[in-house]
Design a protein around this ligand. Structure first.
Ligand code: MN
Length: 292
């Protein structure tokens, strides 16, 4: 094990709205060095930092839109999201839950604040991450993995340091329940003040973390505040996180696909021709039908 050093700490950019329900800081692609290749296979990361939405009888959200060529992972920290898709599927992502949606060949869906949450109003905090699919799997069948918090693998750290929730990959041989097409680690570290945890991922895996709550010290040096993203170098395998105060940290690491990327809005393929095809299929109704 050699130490993986920090390449850069990225502050949150000015938020923008996705629809009227997701007030997000975009980190990938477009933040400092965080283009679609630098964190490959993670090609998009939108973060709704904790934000109070007042009560609304009409749920806020984003209306019908397609996806093709990748997976969307929605992690709910506060508030609830409801979704419906063109195959008749739907559900609620509640606090602490994760939804891993394989859009692959194509899905048409809408994402809204869950009705009762919307009526009551409240704090809303959420991550949406896009995980790219390798060329051979881009046109596979769509599917969902609902990973509820009570079913999530949780590793208890020694000395009351906290808990590691394993969404995908593994931690200390405890495996997460998400099945992935390529090797991906996705962990929530919930650390008590003064608690420490170390992480070790293969050298070539692109690795970062997002501080969701509290503040942390990384590798005993750099202090990283809430809502900041740490991009790690690929110069070592392991790093340590220590909670300066009670903290929640999303940790992501994945084996790069190293394939060409052709992206247009909600379509991420390998070639321009495949993007043209996706647009033709979408406009031709091949993604199905769904009302706003
Ligand atoms: Mn979507």
């Amino acid at each position: 094990m050699s130490t993986r050093s920090i390449e850069v700490v990225v502050p949150p950019r000015e938020p923008h709205y996705v629809g009227d329900g997701f007030r997000v800081h975009n980190f990938i692609p477009g933040g400092y060095r965080l283009d679609m290749k630098r964190m490959d296979p993670f090609i998009m990361l939108d973060y709704n930092s904790k934000f109070y939405f007042p009560p609304s009888d009409t749920p806020r959200g984003v209306s019908v839109h397609p996806h093709r060529g990748f997976e969307t992972v929605t992690i709910a920290y506060h508030g609830k999201v409801a979704h419906h898709d063109s195959s008749g599927g739907g559900g609620v992502i509640a606090e602490g839950d994760v939804q891993w949606m394989t859009a692959a060949s194509g899905i048409l869906h809408k994402e809204y604040h869950e009705e009762n949450f919307s009526k009551a109003g409240g704090d809303f905090q959420m991550v949406q991450l896009w995980v790219n699919l390798p060329a051979k799997d881009k046109m596979s069948a769509p599917k969902y993995q609902a990973i509820t918090n009570d079913a999530m693998a949780k590793y208890s750290l020694a000395d009351n340091a906290g808990t590691i929730e394993v969404i995908a990959g593994e931690y200390q041989n405890l495996k997460g329940s998400a099945s992935t097409f390529t090797p991906v680690y996705l962990l929530n570290a919930k650390l008590n003040k003064g608690g420490k945890a170390s992480f070790d991922f293969p050298l070539n895996f692109n690795t970062g973390l997002l501080v969701i709550e509290g503040s942390i010290r990384v590798n005993g040096e750099e202090v990283v505040p809430t809502n900041h993203f740490v991009l790690f170098e690929n110069d070592g395998t392991s790093f340590e996180v220590e909670a300066s105060e009670n903290a929640v940290v999303l940790i992501l690491s994945g084996e790069p696909l190293n394939e060409p990327i052709a992206a247009h809005g909600p379509f991420v393929m390998n070639t321009h021709q495949e993007i043209v095809q996706a647009m033709q299929d979408f406009h031709g109704g091949k993604f199905g039908e769904l009302e706003d």
